[in-house]
Design a protein around this ligand. Structure first.
Ligand code: ADP
Ligand code: MG
Length: 257
């Protein structure tokens, strides 16, 4: 059965999409079967995986409203060998449409039953808000990965996120737990980085991944070529860091199981 992991933080620009794409590619390089689901109308995980979001006939939106199954809509990331359930601007209207549908919070979860046995990991790239798409992700997931940029306001939004996780775990999904905190765009020079980093460790303990993702220009460049960094420049610090993260992620999961 697939482990379903929501990569979320309602703060934008913290590295959710970068983590999803590069963790998916790194896990695929480790021979794991991965499905990456883009839940952001911006479709950055879709384009970052080499798929043209304007040219999609169907997207995750069609899966959420129930006209198509996951298997009909998913497409391979050609460069890296994981599958993608793509998104584009159509998803902007999903919130409104979902409100009128039955089981609006658990539609993603229900749609995943048909493919759960085909994957080792399903990664959910969440939008930068705690909206109905994020609720669907948290209702479907067993684990939550939270990318955090070690900057001044980093901790502020986390309380709201933790409350949402708590609410959803009580109301909809008792299996939900925090899988880990990932320090992204890590610059070891400013002392603020260390302050925020040690606050994270103090609060979340072993849930904070030892692997940190450095700020690395190759990670920012790769999406414009529609490639995960591993395929763009495999010797880069970014590629090495995400491979290390994938290794730690798999080991952590094995330790829990
Ligand atoms: P989110 O999905 O949380 O909004 P993104 O993953 O899209 O965040 O990252 C925001 C921006 O920062 C993007 O332009 C991305 O390419 C860049 N970025 C993300 N992680 C790194 C990193 N480790 N080093 C350099 N640039 C990064
Ligand atoms: Mg994103």
């Amino acid at each position: 059965m697939a482990k379903i992991i929501a990569v979320t933080n309602q703060k934008g620009g913290v590295g959710k999409t970068t983590t999803c794409v590069n963790l998916a590619a790194s896990l695929a390089a480790m021979k794991r079967r991965v499905l990456l689901i883009d839940l952001d109308p911006q479709g950055n995980a879709t384009t970052g995986s080499g798929l043209a979001k304007e040219e999609l006939d169907t997207s995750v939106f069609d899966v959420l409203i129930g006209t198509h199954g996951v298997r009909e809509v998913m497409k391979p990331c050609e460069s890296s060998g994981y599958q993608v359930l793509p998104a584009n601007g159509d998803l902007t209207g999903a919130e409104v449409v979902l409100l009128d549908l039955p089981s609006k919070e658990t539609r993603l979860r229900a749609s995943l039953y048909e493919v759960e046995s085909e994957f080792d990991y399903v990664l959910l790239d969440c939008p930068p808000s705690l909206n109905m798409l994020t609720v669907n992700a948290l209702a479907a997931a067993q684990g939550v990965l939270i990318p955090v940029q070690c900057e001044y306001y980093a901790l502020e939004g986390l309380t709201a996120l933790l409350q949402t996780i708590e609410t959803i775990s009580t109301a909809l999904n008792p299996a939900l737990s925090i899988e880990g905190i990932i320090r992204t765009m890590y610059d070891p020079r400013p002392s603020l980085t260390h302050d925020v980093s040690s606050q994270l460790v103090e609060y979340f303990g072993e849930k904070v991944f030892d692997t940190v993702i450095p700020r690395n220009i190759r990670l920012a460049e790769a999406p414009s070529y529609g490639l995960p960094v591993l395929q763009y420049e495999k010797q880069s610090r970014g590629a090495i860091a995400y491979l290390a993260l994938a290794g730690e992620f798999v080991r952590k999961r094995a330790a829990v199981a």
